[in-house]
Design a protein around this ligand. Structure first.
Ligand code: FRU
Length: 494
């Protein structure tokens, strides 16, 4: 099936029509990755929430399925997670069919509370549990977005509660007891907005396991609006302790929110997807006139790296992404190509290839980058609309990396959130960029995923021409492309 709206993402999952926000109930079961999502089936703006549903066998192409959960007398169906009950802890297993259990927030004008539903037919139909809610509201306003994980022989729920998270424990998913909370200390991480959609993931690094708490926050993002922060620390089944006080950001772009992981991932990877949007403008995206409003980031693998003795999250594309690479559209760029000072290198002209659907890998050696020197990697169309990412030495050290969509076309929705910046974590001469371009979004992974920018944009036609600009702020400024490739991508609808 071909989807041809002008800004319809071709390599990202997007809602067939109407409105989508957070990814929900992501779980692997019997050969399929399930993606549920906050869905308003009657409008391109947020409204009474349902759980929409799609599945994928390869994390690249998605099949849309009917709505999984409808609002009911307890309220709308807000965000939540899903698990496979491998040990029949719920007693819901039938013969050899292990249940998928969805854990979600029931929300209405009154209190928010946590409920469950289960499926015995691969998430095609869910039955709501008869004794919902399973976690009633203790008398607080924001009490939502349960993410459930397995810890030894117990279930642990992490829940967003105002400006912190609460942990609950259960042996059967039906009765829960409060374990602990995290985030009371206002100087730990960012508390500039309400905490939402938490996740607790375990990641191995150099032979040790670390626990990473993901917490989305709205507003309060370093570049405006809603964004996902993370804490690296330890978890003993009851309490989480963070190693750090400062806020760290999973993505510095404006368009990655509510990212959480797939449960039961068969290879043990931490695979996340986020809502590629921002509450600051989500309800007004120009794609509304094309009948849809909402898309997800690519699935990303999260790992840890040590930089200057400190642990950091790094994001990368899972190997499955390779299926989108078109083997007839692979272009290696000349090695040791010098980008002319105060000039530019027209890569598309050099390789004789233009496309708005590409994966670009670039490694630069930067020497004598002083004063106002900068490198900009720009995707441009015939109308000179453009999106650029790069390194700008003129900026303060916490703002050298940038993702700029100031000239990207329709800016009405985006408003003032036009340029995202981040400090560079790694400080050596070699800087790498992986950029994945879709028709209306880019994902940029700098220094092997230490810094990520995800951004939406709405040009009048695809940004199909790649050029690399070098502004020389000093006579010594030299930028050499030491490795580079352009890989054409295929649409997931082909
Ligand atoms: C996050 C969020 C969640 C809530 C859902 C409602 O984007 O606000 O906290 O469950 O969206 O759609």
């Amino acid at each position: 099936e071909c989807r041809q709206e002008r800004h319809r993402p071709q390599i990202h999952f997007s809602v067939p029509s109407n409105w989508l926000n957070d990814p929900n109930g992501m779980v692997y079961y019997d050969g399929e990755y399930h993606l549920h999502y906050q869905y308003h089936p009657y409008s391109t703006q947020w409204g009474p929430m349902h759980w929409g549903h799609a599945v994928s066998t390869d994390l690249v192409t998605w099949t849309d399925l009917p709505i999984s959960l409808y609002p009911d007398e307890l309220g709308m169906i807000f965000s939540g997670s899903a698990v496979v009950d491998l040990d029949n802890s719920t007693g819901l297993q039938k013969d050899s069919v292990q249940p998928i259990v969805a854990i979600f927030t029931h929300a209405n004008a009154g209190p928010q509370q946590q409920s469950i539903a289960y499926s015995l037919n691969k998430a095609r139909d869910f039955v709501k549990y008869e004794n919902n809610p399973v976690v009633p509201n203790p008398g607080v306003g924001d009490f939502r977005d349960p993410k459930v994980i397995r810890y030894n022989d117990k279930w642990v729920m992490v829940l967003a509660v105002g400006n912190k998270v609460d942990f609950f424990g259960s042996s059967d998913l039906k009765t829960w007891e409060f374990l602990s909370d995290f985030g009371i200390d206002p100087s730990q991480g960012s508390h500039a907005g309400v905490w939402e959609c938490p996740d607790l993931v375990r990641i191995q690094h150099n032979g040790f396991y670390h626990w990473v708490l993901l917490v989305s926050i709205n507003p309060g993002g370093p570049n405006g609006g809603s964004v996902t922060q993370y804490f690296i620390g330890s978890f003993d089944g009851k309490e989480f302790h963070s190693n750090q006080m400062d806020a760290l950001w999973m993505d510095w772009g404006e368009d990655n929110y509510a990212a959480v992981s797939f449960s039961n991932e068969p290879k043990g990877r931490t695979l996340v997807m986020g809502w590629m949007n921002n509450w600051a403008y989500a309800n007004e995206l120009p794609t509304r006139s094309e009948g849809f409003n909402g898309q997800m980031t690519l699935p990303r693998e999260l790992n840890l790296a040590t930089v200057d003795g400190a642990l950091r999250l790094i994001s990368s594309l899972p190997e499955e992404f390779g299926k989108l690479r078109d083997p007839s559209q692979v272009f290696q760029l000349p090695l040791l190509k010098e980008i002319p000072p105060n000039g530019f290198y027209n890569v598309s002209e050099e390789i004789g290839f233009k496309s708005g659907l590409v994966e670009v890998d670039l490694a630069f050696n930067m020497v004598g980058i002083e004063g106002t020197s900068s490198i900009a990697i720009c995707f441009v169309n015939r109308q000179r609309q453009e999106v650029c990412t790069g390194y700008d030495h003129e900026r303060p050290v916490d703002k050298e990396l940038f993702m700029n969509r100031e000239l990207s076309g329709d800016l009405r929705a985006i408003g003032g959130l036009r340029r995202a910046t981040a400090g560079r974590v790694k400080k050596d001469n070699i800087i790498t960029f992986k950029i994945v371009m879709d028709l209306s979004a880019a994902e940029v992974f700098i220094d092997n995923g230490l810094t990520v920018f995800t951004a939406l944009f709405f040009p009048d036609e695809p940004l199909d021409t790649l050029e690399i600009r070098h502004h020389a702020g000093s006579a010594e400024s030299r930028v050499t492309l030491i490795n580079g490739s352009v890989q054409g991508l295929r649409s997931m609808y082909n």
